[in-house]
Design a protein around this ligand. Sequence first.
Ligand code: 16G
Ligand code: MG
Length: 565
Amino acid sequence: MSNTAQALKSLQLRNNLPIAALAAACEQYPKPEGHLYSYGTAGFRSHSKWFEPVVFRVGVIAALRSKRHSSKFIGVMITASHNPEDDNGVKIVDPRGEMLQTEWEPYCTKIANAPDPASFITALDDLCTKFKIDVSKRSKVVYAYDTRPSCPALVKALQLGLAAMETETINEGVRTTPQLHYMTRALNTQGTKDDYGEPSIPGYYKKLSSAWKRLIRRREEGSLLIDCANGVGAIAMKELLEYLSDDFKATLVNTDVFVPGVLNNMCGADYVKTKQELPPSLKGVLKAGQRGCSLDGDADRLMYYYLDEKNIFHMLDGDKISALIAGYLVEKVKLCGFKEPPRVGVVQTAYANGNSTKYMQKTKALPLVCVSTGVKHLHHAAEKFGIGVYFEANGHGTVLFSSDTLENIRKHEPQTPTQDDNTKDLKALIDLINSTVGDAISDMLLVEVILNHLRYDARAWDSLYTDLPNKLVKVNVKNRADFQTEVAERRLTHPAELQRFVDSQVAKYPDGRGFIRPSGTEDAVRVYAEAASKFEAEQLANYLAGWTYDFGGMDPAQRPKEYLR
Ligand code: 16G
Ligand code: MG
């Protein structure tokens, strides 16, 4: 008898897992030695060459998650978003289209790292016991993947995991992440009072385009330039344009979906946000005054921008998008004439520009909370408002309507024609917004509708407030776990001495703010600083980076020269 067979025979399981099928499949995808995976902020991420074993195991976990939820559909998305083309990632989507419940994350990590079939099955057994999973229930999983060349092989691995659990599956093919989230929710709510829309990709396009047509008034001439990052957003945008009437004029650029090496390369939302400049491929294409926007590689982030008459680049990031939407919604709600108007609130992270926070709280008197980085944190905080607007500065965000708010709007009886018009608008906005997760395409339509209603051009929108100059630096350290934070990542608890240094430096700069946090997706620490001038913001960031580098146990002689000390 082989070692594996012996180990399997001596297993004492508490749950009736299909041991033979799981073990056979696991042997086809042995875990590479020396690689540790972690279910982090955006699921698992890795170089794609190490990734098939993880995706196989995620298939099994997703099946168990479906059993845990009385056979509801669970989503699985294979994408590494804005990361390099050779990377890949996988995440699990819960029945309402939300991120996987956090309590499951450490179990996912343990299952992914189990070195052999016996320990893999034992880890699954622990999960089943912990969450009282009835293994005999049916399981259903819907999955999709982006345009990365590694996806077909990863999909095969996923399918093997699902087959081992005899899961009922729907393969949605090459889709954006938000489309997969939409599908998951629509499949699970079909025919119920929470029906989210027709559970199909044409259903998604119909929902968005019909809401758009109900909302849009006469549009000015001119075309929106959309940088699709050479990713799956290009496919979705082309399909959506078929559904939108002629008055949506868009020019798509960076649509080379299957050309090797171009995905997210010098383009896309992450490029724009981190470089704070126009992607080179748009130079000479974007005209002064014209609006442009960039999606990221899986189309869940959105960045807007324009060039002024002197051809100077201006970025309209997630904070500006949030300010536009929240400011608009709070006025819209007033115009509907509710007896008890829903409370509009905003959720941000520490990265939100200080002037955006001031604008929301002081100018617009909006309630605002700050939470840790990562969509799951923002989403949950936004659920506490009647209408919760959440955005990360990097352009990921959406709007949530609580069930009480939806009920309130459904029952509302407008007393005047104006109230009636505005209530109709609000209902159409609910359909236009993909509330399951940030959706670059839905957000882009929402921004365009609001600009259209307010008769704003990019400059008018930009002038809501002026961004404080800022800089983000990535610092390599020996162990990012040595850096611990509190108050939504705005302060370090450890190393305490480093936080004291941050405080003493920040105090020297007018409008200064700075923080240091460990990344949730990479083995690095991020340093952010803002101040009244560009020079000061950069100087402050470089000081904080220098100290972070040294506190991170790195050799001071090797410190990059831009890091000050
Ligand atoms: C992931 C998060 C994103 C966050 C980023 C921070 C999701 C779906 N995505 O991409 O929201 O801004 O991580 O990365 O949650 P960091 O921890 O490496 O700075
Ligand atoms: Mg993304």
